[in-house]
Structures are given as structure tokens and as C-alpha cells.
Ligand binder design. Structure first.
Ligand code: BV8
Ligand code: ZN
Length: 238
């Protein structure tokens, strides 16, 4: 049996990383998430965006993969193939043991120049507290160094997108976990699976537009639903 997993910020929430929309506690909660994660936001206020990513990288480094990440990795011992397609820019799926992970929206631990695209091995400062604005470092060409993430208003890179479509098309079942499903084109992947007649299992703390169309909607947490699920999937997939 071939399993594809489509994950969002909700699967990292139990590791302690605030999801994309419920970071009320955060320093940047006064800012619309779309503002600090859009190409326009970067062009307008690079120091605000760099401050946010510096802090988010620190949180992501500090926290550990949770039972949800580890369960998905364990499924590799029980089914023929598990491919993870994530919207998350942290590396918790990899650190949780998954061997095939595609980052549709990039990764925040690698950096490049905004102008000449040259990769940069940037070491971020270790901050005791979040700092709202930090001027990003500059490249030799004068361009500002940015994280390798896909911001709102930017095209998704072809490689992870093509791999994601291929994984959905080849899967017997798609597990959608921890995403509000509002961001496109990523959110079109579960729709593609349904149109292809695949079994779609959604695990989410709250209902989303996908919930009433999914084959099964489990309104619970990732860490409660995912352990041991692979062994039960056989009964779902005819
Ligand atoms: C594109 C990377 C073509 C950064 C992210 C105008 C101009 C240009 C484009 C658009 C436009 N209008 C609309 C668009 C398209 C736009 C879009 O979809 N906008 C939406 C908001 C309407 N998309 C884009 O711009 C994309 N590019 O279209 O290119 C183009 C290009 C140029 C010009 C024209 C067209 C690029 C989108 C990528 C944006 N980058 N992230 C970073 O992360 O730092 S998006 C970011 O938010 C995340 O990556 C994620 O994908 C997304 C959604 O977040 P979720 O992961 O779903 O998290 P959320 O908090 O929302 O939900 C968590 C869920 O988990 C909740 O439901 C909660 O209940 C649940 N949960 C919580 N805890 C648990 C749990 N579930 C289970 N267990 C738990 N424990
Ligand atoms: Zn440069």
C-alpha cells in the first residue's frame, strides 16, 4: 500500500511551534501573517521579516519532533511507501525519521541572496528573547540574504510541487493532517486526490472545508490519531 501525507503547521503545534494562524502570543501577532510571510512584506520591511524568521528558526531548533512526526516515520515499516508533502518550513518530519519529505513552501534553515540567488550558509544569532526587527545580512553583491521559503505572491518551486503531484497520483490513501487548507496551490492536492477517487483521511483539531468531503474526518490531534494508523489503513483502502 502507498501512503501520501499532506501536512501543515498543526502537526508541529504539539512540538511547541505556534501554528501559522494562532500565534496570538507571539511578538508578531500584531502583524498579519500574510504580511510577514509575503514577498511584498519582505520588500517593504526586511528587518521585520528577518526578525520573525530568526525567532522562528530558534523555536524550531529548540523543539523536538512529536508523536505525530514519529508515527508517520514508523509507517515506513508497515506499508510499501510513505511520501510526506509538507507546507511546513521546519525540519521536524526529517528529524522525526521520515525519509521522503517534500517542502512545498521551502525550508527556513537554508538561505540565499534575494538578488543574485547565491546560497549563503548563514548562522543566525541565538536570541534569549524575540527581537521584532533585525537587519538581514548582505551578500557580496549587496543583495539582502533571505530564508529559502516560498512567500505569498511567490511561485512554488517546480521540484517539490511535481513530486507532490506524483505522490498523490500514485498513493492509495492520502492522510491530510494539521492544515486549515486555505493556501493554494498546496490546498488543491487533497481535492486532486478526491477527484482521482483516492481514500482521503483528514486529521485536524477543527473542521475545515475539506472535512465534509474527506473519506474519513478525525477531529482530534495528530499525536492521538497517527500512531498505529498505518496498520488500520488497510481496512479503509479497498
Ligand atoms: C502562488 C512559507 C502563484 C512561509 C507559506 C494574490 C497574489 C498572489 C497569490 C495569491 C493572491 N491571492 C491568493 C493567492 C494565492 C496565495 C494564497 O493561497 N493565499 C491564500 C491566503 C488565499 N498563494 C500564494 O501566494 C502561493 N503562491 O500562488 O504562486 C503566483 C505567484 C505570483 C503571482 C501570482 C500567482 C504561495 C503560498 C505559500 C505561502 N507560504 N509558508 C513560512 O511558513 O514561513 S504559507 C503558510 O500558511 C504555511 O506554509 C501553510 O502552507 C499555510 C497555511 O497554514 P497551515 O499549515 O494550514 O496552518 P494553519 O495555522 O492555517 O492551520 C493549522 C491547522 O492545524 C488548523 O486547522 C488547526 O485546527 C490544526 N491543528 C492545530 N494543532 C493541531 C492541529 N491538527 C491536528 N493536531 C494538532 N495538534
Ligand atoms: Zn547576491
Amino acid at each position: 500500500m502507498r501512503v501520501a501525507v499532506f501536512s501543515g503547521a498543526g502537526i508541529s503545534a504539539e512540538s511547541g511551534i505556534p501554528t501559522f494562524r494562532d500565534d496570538e502570543k507571539g511578538l508578531w501577532s500584531q502583524y498579519d501573517p500574510y504580511e510577514v510571510s509575503s514577498i511584498d512584506g519582505w520588500n517593504r520591511q526586511p528587518e521585520l521579516v528577518w526578525g520573525w524568521y530568526t525567532w522562528r528558526c530558534q523555536l524550531a531548533r529548540r523543539y523536538e519532533p512529536n508523536l505525530g512526526h514519529r508515527a508517520i516515520a514508523d509507517w515506513e515499516n508497515h506499508v510499501d511507501d510513505v511520501t510526506v508533502i509538507t507546507q511546513n518550513v521546519d525540519n521536524l518530519h526529517e528529524r522525526g525519521g521520515s525519509s521522503a519529505v517534500h517542502h512545498l513552501h521551502g525550508r527556513m534553515f537554508t538561505f540565499r541572496c534575494s538578488d543574485c540567488e547565491q546560497p549563503h550558509d548563514t548562522q543566525l544569532p541565538d536570541l534569549p528573547e524575540p527581537v521584532l526587527e533585525i537587519m538581514p545580512p548582505s551578500c557580496e553583491c549587496g543583495g539582502l540574504i533571505r530564508p529559502d521559503v516560498v512567500w505569498f505572491g511567490e511561485q512554488l518551486p517546480d521540484e517539490p510541487w511535481n513530486a507532490a503531484v506524483e505522490a498523490v497520483d500514485a498513493a492509495d490513501v492520502l492522510i491530510v493532517v494539521g492544515t486549515s487548507g486555505v493556501v493554494y496551490p498546496a490546498a488543491s492536492l487533497p481535492e486532486r486526490a478526491l477527484e482521482l477517487g483516492k481514500t482521503v483521511v483528514q486529521v485536524n483539531l477543527e473542521p475545515t472545508p475539506l472535512s465534509e468531503r474527506a473519506t474519513v474526518f478525525l477531529q482530534t490531534s495528530a499525536s492521538a490519531a497517527l500512531p498505529g494508523m498505518a496498520q488500520r489503513l488497510r481496512f479503509l483502502v479497498d
